[in-house]
Design a protein around this ligand. Sequence first.
Ligand code: HEC
Ligand SMILES: [Cu+2]
Length: 361
Amino acid sequence: MKNWMGKLRTLSLFSFLVIILSACGKENLTALVPKGYGADQSFNVIIISILVMIVVFIVVMAIYLYVVLKFRQKKRQEDYVPQQTEGNKTLEIVWTVIPILLLLIIAVPTVATTYNLADDSAKEDSINVNVTGLQFWWNFEYANEEIQTSQELYIPVNEKVYLNMMSSDVIHSFWVPSISGKMDVNPENENTMYIEAYEEGVYWGKCTEFCGDSHSLMDFKIVVVSQDEYDTWVDGMQNTDPEFIASAQEGQELFENSCLSCHAIDASANHPVVGPNMADFGNRTMVAGVRNFSKEEIVEWIVDPASVKPGNGMLDAPYLEQENIGQAEAENIADFLMELKATDEPVDSVKQFREDEAKDN
Ligand code: HEC
Ligand SMILES: [Cu+2]
């Protein structure tokens, strides 16, 4: 009976938590539905800690109620003094040892998990991505594949991927709650962690270290694909052509004159990281990480990037001062940008993601 009550309490507490927390987020942006090794391990530690807390809560409340009811003032003489006790050795030992045990129950799996997640024994044989955090976007350079992309990290399902992370300006923090725990991205030193995703799909990432005006818009995605899709994507990226000639010719010319100084259109890892790499822009889930992928949004970004992400690095672009790119020009450029693709079409989960987002907004 007691056991049953305990389970019921746990269950109701959890459903309550899930309801509250799910209202804050999306299914692909929650640590409570883990879809990767790190997230899974952290979730287990969360559960153990919560169970311990529930037990403590129930026991303390039970003793509290018992004491309040049993020892409440009864009808006795005014000057009645109850029996005085102090320094009960057994009690002192019991309530020192119990918390120590409880802390051990939490500490052992926590420390073990921390070490598991820091394991870099498979680093040499795994995919290594050099991640750069910038105000307010992310760049991903695949060390062995010699390609780079921005805003969206493609990884194969069930594979360890090592992320070697640095910032090129202030401190950022890399977090994809569904896949893994977070890690600081510092300007002075490289931090490494690995991720491993269990299920294909698009997962939402966030910068979780306050880093400036558009910190809350420093979103990115991890696109988890099958091994085949991954190989096709890498191959496509390695063959993106800097001399590519688009059918949107006017847009391409405008882009070459005003944008190429910061944005490359091929995925070569040799380009300096100034603006997002556009080699696979036509297959993105979103524009600038935060806006639905549509021509209108791309045009709005080009015409007035400050209205989308205040303080972002593109505000230094000379064309904004020269005012030579208006609505019509921006539309031509958007047509050109949407032609930039490493594979003919986006993977299914990206298509699905775009549809879902379009429905939401
Ligand atoms: C001074 C360098 C610079 C110039 C010049 C520049 N950009 Fe950018 N651009 C950036 C930066 C930096 C970002 C990332 C902004 C962010 O998300 O914080 C960006 C982001 C973008 C994005 C979103 C990319 C994505 O992956 O979602 C698009 C689209 C874009 N720029 C188009 C253009 C076009 C078109 C031009 C020329 C008309 C241009 N940019 C000129 C620096 C520049
Ligand atoms: Cu940041």
